[in-house]
Design a binder for this molecule. Structure first.
Ligand code: PLP
Length: 823
């Protein structure tokens, strides 16, 4: 029987006061009674924890209220399943969203503590690699802002994305320890623990009513324990839960073994279980392919589904209503095994008929695709799935039989088309394609920008799209304007508010009102002053961390993102080399000072990406120390790119580099952060750049390079890149100097193969886009030399960013995919 433990009218505690006095008293109280420290001996970390506890209390009141409301109203819940949440710091976000920045700052000041110091001390929760994980974090905040009852589900990695240090210009990976001082934001929920099984076998059992059903008997079990973090929306609209799973052994210690003297063996089970949630896989846009990764995927999918089903049954009693009350969004294919797991729960555990279960499953799931790169699409060997998840493999076969039957009988597909839609890839060893599984198990499949969605229909999912033409839709990514404008750039936020009023804080499309002021000299100079202050702050950070002096007068030309060949940091650094040559060859010209700023991590196993980091550092050393450059060009690689560093760099950028090979960046979200903060984009017609170009207008963005079709055409004709190089003396000279060791005298051949690849195949079109990129950079120079023109463009970028708010994205998901109302 479903149990309804809810007493809707239960008395609730008085909400906490938010005055300076109350906050001050409570921070002291937390320090004493929760942390056990006297103010006289308290360390900065103790003050940080005490402050977080005091802020958290103010959020708890709304958290309870939000949850109570969903139980009372029976509103539909949204579950966002993601193997990554790139959260960053939470304290400023939370304080700002509930309007506590000023009283907390004052309360701490009265206690002789600086809020800014505490903010910078909070660990940066990096439970993700890049854009995909950051999108999940922006979405959580927007779902709370739009009052959608939602849960994020993921993994509580003990070690998030590695810490990056430089050793003689090479990337070195160090373990990241975000939990070293504990995590005052989270609540451990021992009572919300589920068993997750692996391995074993499947046994047919006969029910009392004579029906035969399959029962999975795993031989390996562990426990998923929930840790909850509150996520508060703008103006405290609602507080949702981010529930992260931690793996623990069923038996923490095997006493038999311990007592017989095998002290290490006694702990083996514990170590094996905890290994599952110990580390985040550090590869972005490439599947890790190891068994532990599949275990992570199933572990968090299974725990999340058990939790969702338990909550649904508790409130509604049966599972046929699941699609009416539950929407589950799969963030890429990492949680795609959920499709088979929900089928198993419905059919095997709850005795639902196969066809009914399939309807419920499709009605519940939506799937977001994040990449088209064929090599990046996840698949698992059939043999591995059979060993680890034997029942799921059977279910996948049965789903596949149904789909292929439909393809043959209804759609009259050819053998080739049938092979294309099959869940099993028969090339080489047999593998299960997780993209196909997620597609067929969902009623909605979305891409993340208009271009990417179109390409999806033409490439990876072309035949599935023919079979199910109504399923694919587009949801262009967005960013939360709270973190990426209001919190990271309070100066600009204040300026905008003074000029057009504060309504944009609640309706970001109102930023369009700035367009009327874009050419106003008075506003331009205020806008420039804000940018200048942000650049001074970044210049100080560069001085402190790198001991490099950069002038805030210079153009700050910024490329910060994961290091990947398709993102083409190589194109940017080759342009720096060409510029270096040109400055020395033509010292008489009127050069403008430029600082090229890079940051980003490379996957530890991605050799070329790591070599590109080394190249940037080698080039930086030479250029920064050459007196002939006269400071007109500087190159800086800032180590350990993460959300917190982005929050300092983005508001200080003049130029935003979004220069991926057309057709390869699904959307990008970094591009939107820069746009919000009044940087001008130099970019290709790729991902969401296409829509930025449309929103801001062709005059306010600098576009260059081959189009998606031209790239495709050149690739299909196997065109030789050498001609592009031979016909460009500027490019040839730059490539020769890099390849011959001008920047690596200690190892002259270091870059021979990297540069050789450009002559040989140039898959990413670096050589063939170079001249066009160079010309675009010269257009940037001309614009920069015309300050009123530049500032007008910059202001128009901020004015046009409204469409790229994750509030808009989430509204579209809510209305088109989840069928839930929004505020
Ligand atoms: C926004 C963001 C990204 C994504 O950047 P792209 O330029 O879209 O690749 C990656 N990492 C961090 C830390 C971010 O904040």
């Amino acid at each position: 029987m479903p149990q309804k433990p809810i007493v809707y009218d239960a008395p609730t505690p008085e909400p906490r006061a938010t005055t300076v006095e109350a906050l001050q008293a409570q921070i002291l109280e937390k320090l004493t009674y929760s942390i056990g420290k006297d103010p006289i001996v308290a360390r900065p970390h103790d003050w940080l924890a005490a402050t977080i506890y005091a802020v958290r209390d103010r959020i708890m009141d709304r958290w309870m209220e939000s949850s109570r409301e969903t139980w009372r109203t029976s509103n539909k819940r949204v579950y966002y399943l993601s193997l990554e949440f790139l959260i960053g710091r939470l304290m400023r976000d939370a304080m700002s969203n509930v309007q506590l920045m000023e009283p907390v700052q004052q309360a701490l000041k009265n206690l002789n503590v600086d809020l800014g110091d505490l903010i910078n001390m909070e660990p940066d929760a990096a439970l993700g690699n890049g854009g995909l994980g950051r999108l999940a974090a922006c979405f959580l905040e927007s779902m709370s802002t739009l009052k959608i009852p939602a849960y994020g589900y993921g993994i509580r990695y003990v070690h998030g994305l590695f810490r990056q240090e430089m050793s003689e210009g090479w990337q070195v990976e160090l373990p990241e320890e975000w939990l070293a001082h504990g995590n005052p934001w989270e609540f451990e929920r021992r009572e919300s623990a589920y068993e997750v099984g692996f391995g074993g076998h499947v046994e047919p059992v006969t029910d009392p009513d004579g029906l035969i059903r399959q029962e999975w008997r795993p031989n390996d079990h562990l426990l998923a324990v929930a840790y909850d973090t509150p996520i508060v929306g703008w103006r405290g609209a609602r507080v949702n839960t981010l529930r992260l799973w931690s793996a623990q052994p069923i038996d923490p210690i095997l006493l038999d073994k311990f007592n017989s003297g095998d002290h290490i063996g006694a702990l083996e089970e514990s170590a094996r279980a905890e290994a599952i949630t110990r580390v985040l896989y550090p590869a972005d846009s490439t599947p890790a392919g190891q068994e532990l990764r599949l275990r992570q995927e199933f572990f968090f999918s299974s725990a999340s589904l058990q939790d969702i089903v338990r909550r649904h049954i508790q409130q509604y009693g049966d599972l046929t209503s699941l699609p009416d009350k539950v929407a589950i969004q799969l963030n890429d294919t990492h949680p795609a095994i959920s499709v088979a797991e929900l089928m198993r729960i419905l059919v095997d555990d709850n005795g639902m008929k196969w066809a009914d279960a399939w309807k419920v499953t499709k009605g519940t799931f939506g799937y977001t695709n994040h990449t088209l790169l064929p090599e990046a699409l996840e698949s698992w060997p059939v043999a591995l799935l059979e060993r680890l998840l034997p029942r799921h493999m059977q279910i996948i076969y049965q789903i596949n039989a149904d789909i292929l039957g439909e393809a043959r009988n209804r759609a009259k597909f050819t053998d080739q088309q049938i092979a294309n839609v099959s869940l099993i890839d028969e090339h080489g060893g047999r593998r299960v394609r997780m993209g196909q599984l997620a597609f067929v198990g969902s009623h909605s499949i979305n891409g993340v920008s208009a271009l990417h969605t179109e390409l999806m229909k033409q490439t990876v999912f072309a035949d599935l799209h023919k079979l199910y033409p109504e399923r694919i839709n587009n949801k262009t990514n967005g960013i939360t304007p709270r973190r990426w404008l209001m919190q990271c750039n309070p100066g600009l936020t204040r300026l905008i508010s003074d000029r057009i009023g504060p309504a944009f804080l609640d309706d970001i499309e109102k930023l369009r009102g700035l367009e009327a002021h874009a050419d106003d000299p008075g506003f331009q100079s205020q806008f420039a002053a804000v940018k200048r202050a942000n650049k001074e702050r970044l210049a100080r950070l560069i001085k402190d961390r790198m001991n490099i002096t950069v002038s805030p007068e210079a153009l700050f030309d910024v490329q910060i993102k994961r290091i990947h060949e398709y993102k083409r940091q190589l194109l940017n650094i080759i342009q720096a080399v060409a510029l270096y040559d040109e400055i020395r060859a033509h010292p008489e010209r009127d050069w403008m000072p430029r600082v090229k700023i890079f940051a980003g991590k490379a996957a530890p196993s991605y050799w070329n990406a790591k070599l590109i980091i080394k190249l940037i550092n080698d080039v930086a050393r030479v250029i920064n120390n050459d007196p002939a450059v006269r400071g007109l060009l500087k190159v800086v690689f800032l180590p350990n790119y993460n959300v917190s560093l982005a929050e300092v760099i983005v508001p200080a950028a003049d130029l935003s580099e979004q220069i991926s090979t057309a057709g390869m960046e699904a959307s990008g979200t970094g591009n939107m952060k820069f746009m919000a903060n009044g940087a001008i984009t130099i970019g290709t017609m790729d991902g969401a750049n296409v829509e930025m170009h449309k929103e801001v207008g062709a005059d306010n963005i600098v576009i260059f390079g081959l189009s998606t079709e031209e790239v495709e055409d050149k690739r299909s004709r196997n065109e030789v890149p050498r001609t592009a190089i031979d016909s460009s003396p500027r490019l040839s000279e730059a490539l020769e100097s890099i390849a011959s060791g001008v920047f690596s005298p200690d190892d002259p051949h270091r870059y021979r193969d990297l540069i050789g690849g450009l002559y040989d195949h140039d898959w990413f079109m670096v050589a063939r886009d170079f001249d066009s990129y160079w010309d675009a950079q010269m257009r940037v120079n001309a614009l920069w030399n015309n300050k009123p023109k530049w500032l007008g463009m910059a202001i128009r970028n901020t004015a046009a960013v409204g469409f790229f708010s994750s509030d808009r994205t989430i509204r579209q998901y809510a209305h088109d995919i989840w069928n839930v109302p929004t505020a």
